[in-house]
Design a protein around this ligand. Structure first.
Ligand code: EPS
Length: 445
């Protein structure tokens, strides 16, 4: 059978056949008499269903604009939507020792505009709005209409490390105000809202995604964190630095205090762990479908993330192979997981050959320190080019726990995209049936 001029794909890895870009079996081809040749021999392009495209998501909104918007589509119908769960993640992103004054103004809440009815997804795009409470203080300074130019609050000397200079040059802005409005990490609140939706889908497949902090400045967690400890950190009602070890967390806090005292900033490293990920997400078959590559891209896209590590990738580079690779064992008894293959450790971070291997998927993000310094670095004025100090306006001193929550969202969206690709299904029931069948297959392997 022909499908968009190509051989029809088997319902298998993709779960459902791709829709056509017009002219497919649902339109003209079906009504064309069997003996008539197609009008054109040019093959229709096949939709590229990679992990990112299957679940599409985007955000809109500026830091001091009226609202942030998250748009996510591709989730199957029937996923229960618990708004408390979404709002809890939004709250978690606002927490942490070293957060700035803005977090005292905002109480981020998801206002779902579409795609959810009677508490469940309906398969349509989900739009979520989060109002910026601070907008009322900026409405006159940053109006949508022309407004009064005298009220414009210019950012007149670019901050080293921020998008200010590169953005102003690129968009031909006379100052950096519009640049920072969109480049600000405030945008990550919208990612968290979309990511919570992806997490809700993953939760139906038994997959959970959480994060914790493993380094602030020079203070590092010097042991492995257990999944239960990470769960406990995420459940706390008071977030300090989201470290699983209290003594280390106290020393991390001192690092932030040191930065605060000296008008400086400090960041560190978060670790995202995706628990219960089945083997087989992502593939080595094509470079742009490798799970590690997709995670590196999506986590690196977060503000201030300057390096991404999968498992113990950094230490692996300075170690012998015998010390790094995770030996493969086989359990005689049921393990409570789909497979009886076990590993004594997980240096690979749950990914081998760009494919999840059944262990926890572990991704670390390395954050540069926030570039807005109370004791600013050297810069020049945009207008006169005269030497001056970089602009300063209210900012954070340390955001590692918050960035970890934002990275959870990016990991969840990436995994949900690959799960939707592998298991398919327009309804959750259909997706779960395919998922359960696959889990049974790897259990019996
Ligand atoms: C942020 C909101 C921002 C900053 C911070 C992150 O609010 P404001 O600029 O009004 O203080 O606190 O943004 C940055 C770190 C940055 O570099 O722009 C948030 O909601 O996370």
């Amino acid at each position: 059978m022909e499908f968009c001029g190509l051989e029809a794909p088997k319902i298998g890895r993709l779960g459902r056949p791709p829709r056509c870009l017009g002219g497919g079996p649902h339109s003209r081809l079906r009504t064309r008499p069997a003996n008539r040749k197609p009008r054109s021999t040019v093959r229709e392009p096949r939709l590229h269903y990679n992990g990112i495209n299957m679940i599409r998501f985007s955000t809109a909104g500026e830091s001091h604009g009226e609202a942030l918007i998250a748009l996510i589509s591709g989730l199957p119908a029937g996923v229960p939507v618990d708004l408390n769960f979404v709002n809890r993640d939004l709250w978690r992103r606002q927490q942490g020792y070293g957060r700035g004054g803005r977090m005292k103004i905002e109480t981020d809440k998801a206002h779902v505009l579409s795609g959810v009815r009677h508490g469940k997804t309906i398969g349509s795009p989900i739009a979520i709005e989060m109002v910026n409470r601070d907008w009322k203080n900026w409405e006159e300074k940053l109006p949508v209409e022309a407004g009064d130019a005298a009220k414009h609050q210019a950012v007149s000397s670019p901050r080293p490390g921020h998008a200010d200079l590169a953005g102003a040059l690129k968009y031909n802005f006379p100052d950096a105000r519009y640049v920072l409005e969109r480049a600000s990490a405030r945008e990550s609140a919208a990612r968290v809202a979309a990511g919570a939706m992806a997490k809700l889908m993953l939760r139906e497949l038994g997959i959970e995604v959480l994060s914790h902090v493993i380094r602030v400045g020079r203070v590092e967690l010097e042991r492995e964190a257990q999944w239960d400890e990470i769960v406990a950190v995420a459940a706390k009602e008071e977030v300090v630095l989201a470290c699983v070890d209290a003594a280390t967390e106290a020393r991390m806090k001192e690092e932030v205090e040191k930065a605060a005292r000296t008008g400086d900033t400090v960041n560190g490293v978060f670790e995202v762990v995706a628990h219960n990920v089945p083997a087989g997400l992502g593939t080595y078959a094509n470079w742009d479908e490798r799970l590690d590559g997709l995670l590196a891209w999506t986590v690196m896209s977060l503000q201030a993330v300057k390096a991404v590590e999968i498992g113990r990738g950094v230490t692996a580079a300075e170690s012998f192979g015998s010390q790094v690779h995770d030996p493969i064992h086989y359990a005689e008894q049921e393990t409570g997981r789909p497979t009886r293959f076990t590993r004594p450790h997980n240096n690979a971070g749950g990914i081998e050959g760009g494919v999840s291997n059944g262990e926890d998927v572990v991704v670390r993000g390395y954050l540069k320190p926030i570039s807005t310094l109370r004791k600013p670095l050297e810069s020049v004025r945009f207008d006169t080019r005269a030497k001056t100090a970089a602009s300063y306006e209210r900012s954070d001193i340390c955001v590692v726990p918050a960035a970890g929550v934002a990275a959870e969202a990016m990991v969840a969206i990436t995994l949900a995209g690959l799960a939707a690709q592998k298991f398919g299904g327009d309804s959750l029931m259909e997706m779960k049936r395919n998922f359960d069948g696959y889990i049974e297959q790897i259990r019996r392997f």
